[in-house]
Design a protein around this ligand. Structure first.
Ligand code: LLP
Length: 423
């Protein structure tokens, strides 16, 4: 359920016509609904209300500091994967004690920053990372709180690029090796064992892979207990999917209930790292039709709708073949046509949708690319020297530009033409 709806054939975000925002900020732009963000955060978080838990929003899904600040105000924390995300989370006002640091390639400098900030926990993903963290923590004279990210070798049944919990994926430490690492960590002077963590993939539409992974984690935790290694945190990662087209992912409450049932008497603080399920359907990308054209070949005719958003703005269709519903901002009721909706970038792979039935649109009309709140803006780039889009947050009857559109000057910031010596 989200707050993008039609009133008199016109798309609104909460109480504001999307057209009005486009007129004020230009296109393309990302548009988020605060009511939807809040509702989705609370729907997820409240599922675990009966348990000691912390919902750490996965910053990579939508990293604008206004969004992070909103979740922090609702009691959430942050799941980060880089020094840059740490910077954002702190800037947004997320208390360091609510920050979890995941990722396979943390640098020593990033570890130092996170230790200095006093974050809740590092999710360590390799023996060498543990050694480096020990060295960095010792240099600072502090203790590093850790969990190991265990790779349970479970098939999440999702897109190959975003499945992370299989043995062949680069993530985590195999369950069989993890025990050895906990024993090693216990003897390290600047490492404090706090938990076990796991994240098996993204856009999961079924509960059973989560439960299968949790079963393996529980067995592993009892092995730890046999060695007298006690953990206080269990981090189950993110991964709950959303509806882009006709997927039927579990409701967050069903997901929460299944997990609570499986955990029953376990005395651990539960940490969750949801991203997509909170922001995915809370954001859209608004774009303007620049041109329409028909390319005819010998035996075919292809209709193109060329818009001012491109694969640099929303990469998901090009990268994963992802489906995003596309709706006219003003629904004229025109008959549908089979079209490719493409951007201005010089690659055939630059498309928002292919062979899609869309009501006939003409130059200057606006389209909303739905379900773009997660991994939309955060994966955008400057390819083809296109300034990145603006981000706008609607709250009831008002809107705020929470990130201005980049300028041409932003494009060359930091670039230098070397001054060369005369020969
Ligand atoms: N925790 C960890 C350790 C992760 O690696 C991820 C996502 C999450 C949490 C959040 O997962 P979520 O709840 O959003 O599924 N760019 C891709 C998705 C990549 C997900 C990477 N990891 C996409 O656009 O589909």
């Amino acid at each position: 359920m989200h707050h993008f709806h039609y009133l008199n054939n016109e798309l609104y975000c909460e109480e504001i016509p999307v057209r009005d925002i486009a007129r004020a900020v230009g296109t393309p732009f990302y548009l988020y609904s605060e009511a939807t963000l809040t509702r989705h955060f609370q729907a997820f978080d409240s599922g675990f209300a009966g348990m000691d838990h912390l919902t750490c929003f996965a910053v990579k899904a939508c990293s604008n500091i206004a969004v992070l600040n909103l979740f922090s105000g609702l009691g959430g924390g942050a799941d980060i994967v880089s020094g840059g995300e740490l910077f954002r989370a702190l800037r947004a006002g997320v208390p360091p004690q609510r920050i979890i640091y995941s990722g396979v390639g943390k640098t020593a400098a990033e570890m130092r920053e996170a230790l200095e900030a006093g974050i809740l926990m590092f999710n360590v993903e390799s023996p060498q990372e543990l050694d480096r963290l020990q060295a960095v923590a010792s240099g600072l004279g502090v203790e590093a709180p850790v969990a190991f990210r265990v790779n349970p070798d479970v098939d999440p049944q999702t897109h190959a690029y975003i499945s992370t919990g299989l043995a062949k994926n680069k993530f985590g430490i195999p369950v069989e090796d993890a025990l050895r690492e906990y024993v090693r960590a216990r003897s390290m002077s600047n490492i404090a064992i706090r938990g076990v963590s796991c994240h098996i993939g993204s856009q999961l539409t079924r509960i059973d892979p989560f439960i299968e992974a949790l079963g393996k984690l529980k067995k592993f935790i009892s092995l730890l207990e046999e060695r007298d290694i006690r953990i206080t945190c269990l981090d189950l990662g993110g991964g709950v999917g959303i509806t882009y087209a006709d997927e039927q992912p579990p409701h967050p409450h069903d997901y929460a209930r299944a997990i609570q049932k499986e955990l029953n008497s376990m005395q651990c603080r539960l940490i969750l790292e949801p991203g997509r399920v909170i922001v995915g359907n809370a954001g859209v990308l608004v774009t303007e039709v620049l041109y329409t054209k028909v390319n005819t070949g010998e035996d075919q005719e292809k209709r193109f709708v060329i818009v001012d958003a491109a694969m640099n703005d929303l990469t998901r269709p090009s990268l994963y073949g992802a489906y995003h519903e596309i709706r006219p901002v003003v629904d004229s009721g025109a008959p549908p046509q089979l079209v490719d909706i493409v951007g201005p970038i010089c690659e055939t792979g630059d498309f928002m949708a292919r062979d899609r039935l869309l009501p006939r649109v003409s130059q200057g009309e606006l389209l909303a690319i739905m379900s773009s709140g997660a991994y939309g803006f955060t994966m955008s780039s400057n390819y083809n020297s296109r300034p990145r889009a603006a981000e706008v947050l609607v709250s009831g009857g008002t809107f705020h530009v929470i990130r201005s559109r980049e300028t041409y000057a932003d494009l060359v910031r930091g670039e230098v033409i070397p001054v060369r010596e005369e020969p």
